[in-house]
Design a protein around this ligand. Structure first.
Ligand code: HEM
Length: 326
């Protein structure tokens, strides 16, 4: 009897420990979170995202960036999705964010099957993963269970990195979110897809660091090409973040940086700075190493500051992603 009791106590603590391990790693998200409450959520999100991206392939990079901007400001809590004056989405740091309609439509579809169960923050985390897969990028399992937050204030978006900040500042902004230099270099590889508006890099073409001339590190044919896309007066045109392959997931982004074809100064600097150069070279040589590192870093990014029932976080399951429930 005593032996049986101690086996029972031992297995009870073992099960507690494994539940702990499941939850502890990322402050509360876990795999299979909706396996009983909404078992088909991943398929629903995937088919909805695919539907939108089939119609407009530029929505794939848009969804990835949207998730990054959600996570970097008050954690991955859907705060970037809330509409209204003074909200995060109105901040200049969030200029050009797109894909909100994909999240709203996907949420409506999920809500029809599983009302009040799946958070907008989780839908966005899944949509970002699916968007990467649909461009031929790596896949990863997304731990789930995020709650949607209540706070969404434009000023908070200043924690986002800017394209003209030095690597030291980018590193400290990432470190403030628990993300390492390795995460910075791997996650910047998201710029293998998508575009940027001239306003973020035209200073490199005409008046770099107030010199009245262009950034000498920019390769000459890229410079001419970009000057024709962005005549000095215009700031609304878009240029590929990854010259020559903006729609496909590959490691050209790193090769482009090394060759002086990085579009944003923050991209170009990753090769110029000694603390990040080695990783840029590694990912330029090995697309596989990049893919593995990117997937790992995305799981970290998508767990930044999450609120969950398990960690006692303050949040809700929004019915509509663009407004709080009350
Ligand atoms: C390291 C610091 C980073 C800086 C300074 C930065 C800056 C920018 C800027 C200025 C744009 C252009 C936005 C526009 O014109 O609409 C952009 C686009 C983009 N960023 Fe970043 N970014 C950074 C990191 C990241 C990370 C970590 C991710 C995702 C994991 C990401 C994903 C994207 C994507 C996919 C686009 C293209 C969006 C589109 O085509 O709609 N970025 N980024």
């Amino acid at each position: 009897m005593a032996a049986l009791t101690s086996i029972f106590i031992f297995s009870f603590f073992l099960s507690l420990m494994s539940t702990e391990a499941q939850y502890a790693h990322y402050g509360g998200t876990n795999y299979g979170h909706y396996s009983e409450s909404c078992p088909n959520v991943e398929e629903m999100v995937k088919s909805s995202v695919q539907f939108f991206i089939d119609a407009d392939s530029t929505l794939a990079p848009a969804l990835l960036r949207l998730h990054f901007h959600d996570c970097f400001v008050n954690g991955c809590d859907g705060s970037v999705l809330l509409e209204g004056p003074g909200r995060e989405m109105t901040s200049p740091a969030n200029f050009g964010l797109r894909g909100f309609e994909v999240v709203a439509a996907t949420k409506a579809r999920v809500e029809a099957m599983c009302p009040g169960v799946v958070s907008c923050a989780d839908i966005l985390a899944l949509a970002a993963r699916d968007a990467v897969v649909l461009t031929n990028g790596p896949s990863w399992d997304v731990p789930l269970g995020r709650l949607d937050g209540y706070r969404s204030v434009a000023a908070d978006a200043m924690s986002l990195p800017s394209p003209n900040e030095p690597v030291s500042v980018l590193r400290s902004k990432f470190a403030a979110k628990g993300l390492s230099t390795e995460d910075l270099v791997a996650l910047s590889g998201a710029h293998t897809i998508g575009q940027a508006s001239c306003q973020f890099f035209s200073y490199r073409l005409y008046n770099y660091r107030s010199t009245g001339t262009s950034d000498p590190s920019l390769e000459r044919s890229s410079l001419r090409e970009l000057q024709s896309i962005c005549p000095a007066s215009s700031s609304s045109a878009l240029a590929a973040l990854d010259k020559g392959s903006k729609d496909v997931w590959d490691n050209m982004y790193y090769k482009n940086i090394i060759a002086g074809n990085g579009l944003l100064e923050s991209d170009a600097e990753l090769f110029a700075d000694g603390s990040t150069r080695g990783l840029v070279s590694l990912y330029a040589r090995s697309g596989n190493d990049f893919g593995v590192a990117f997937a790992r870093s995305m799981v970290k990014l998508s767990n930044v500051g999450v609120r969950t029932h398990a960690n006692g976080g303050d949040g809700e399951i929004r019915r509509l992603c663009q407004v709080p429930n009350f």
